[in-house]
Write a protein that binds this ligand. Structure first.
Ligand code: 3EB
Length: 350
């Protein structure tokens, strides 16, 4: 059986969840559906994870991945994960304050354990990573904590002989008030296509002024999900052109520049998607957005600029989720990530 035939047997689906909707338990809708992951944008009781705070909408929201077929849940070292053997979603959690060697060592170990799991799981390919780091802009031994994280992360990729430069996975890295280093991940059997943004220097080639080791992520990834479905994962995106931060102190212009970058990523991804045409493909006005705002007081300015750019009446504006987080450069006020799942079959978009 070919790789794509295997994944087509258990296609992966995504849905935004609303506590007041009928989709909170998609896995229950059909006995043959297995819930692979369910992540609410709320502090989860009894779960010690780092999580950005929900700003909007007012009612709880979350997101879920699910598959056809039985899903089993496991715990191993710093990892907890769920898998049906063909898709794997999980979380690595390490309290870096208690880790000998601190955040750098915690990042190295979190990724080393993740890579070891993936090699033995049958799901070796990472589609997307979400990194949450407490106090991401705080200095530690003369180096910002984000830069410590980057050292450990890149070391882990190199040690595991995984692509730390071209071909790195799509990702984001945000700062929380507290909590352990928390890395959520989605992996599968088929390697995604990494996408870069021609307006930006690839993050894995940032010059040394941004830290001793560069960040390990691609600007986006296109991933076949089986069953004629395709995902586009757009990494955390900010007001960076070339490698420089633009519009210092101006959150409105940073938001617009960020959306210009997302539009450029969409254009760069277009030749790599299987969408039959632009209208049914991954579109700026239909992506599922998560908007990270550094300062709560900027929320309305960010939302106004965002909605104007994606269309005030668009599905994108209606469904966007706004979270409070620190951004991994102290001069960035906003960061936006997005994803989209389309149907590339004759039936068109789902
Ligand atoms: C940037 O473009 C903004 O370190 O994994 C965006 C996405 C950013 C991912 C990461 C960092 C990361 O450099 C910051």
């Amino acid at each position: 059986m070919s790789e794509s035939a295997v994944s087509a047997a258990h296609p992966l689906s995504f849905r935004r969840l609303r506590a007041d909707g009928d989709t909170a338990q998609p896995g229950r809708a059909n006995a043959t559906n297995g819930l692979l992951s369910q992540r609410w944008h709320l502090p989860q009781e009894g779960v010690d994870q780092a999580a950005p705070a929900l700003l909007l909408p007012a009612r709880p929201v979350g997101e879920a991945w699910w598959v056809t077929g039985e899903v089993r849940h496991f715990q191993r070292g710093c990892l907890s994960y769920s898998t049906n053997g063909q898709w794997l979603y999980g979380t690595a959690c390490i309290d870096d304050r208690r880790e000998p060697g601190g955040l750098q060592a915690a990042a190295l170990r979190a990724y080393a354990e993740l890579f070891e799991l993936l090699e033995n799981s049958g799901c070796p390919h990472l589609l997307r990573l979400w990194n949450y780091v407490a106090g991401i802009n705080q200095p530690c031994d003369g180096l910002e904590r984000y830069r410590h994280f980057n050292v450990g992360r890149q070391q882990a990729f190199l040690a595991a002989r995984r692509p730390a430069f071209a071909g790195a996975p799509a990702a984001c890295a945000l700062g929380t008030e507290g909590g352990p280093l928390t890395v959520h991940f989605l992996a599968g059997q088929v390697p995604p296509q990494a996408i870069e943004n021609p307006r930006q220097v690839s993050a894995y080639h940032y010059p040394k002024e941004y830290g001793p080791r560069s960040p390990t992520f691609s600007r986006a990834a296109v991933a076949p999900l089986g069953g004629d479905r395709e995902a586009l994962f757009i990494s955390g995106t900010a007001s960076i052109v070339g490698h420089a931060t633009l519009h210092l102190g101006d959150v409105r212009r940073q938001t617009i520049e960020t959306l210009d970058n997302i539009e450029a990523v969409l254009q760069a991804a277009a030749p790599h998607t299987r969408a039959v045409d632009a209208a049914s493909g991954h579109r700026l006005d239909r992506l599922d957005y998560t908007v990270y705002v550094r300062d709560r007081a900027d929320l309305e300015a960010v939302r106004t600029a965002f909605e104007q750019r994606v269309g005030p009446a668009s599905p994108a504006a209606r469904d966007a989720v706004y979270l409070r987080a620190d951004i991994c450069r102290a001069d960035l006020l906003v960061e936006i990530e997005a994803q989209s799942v389309i149907d590339t079959g004759a039936g068109g978009r789902r």
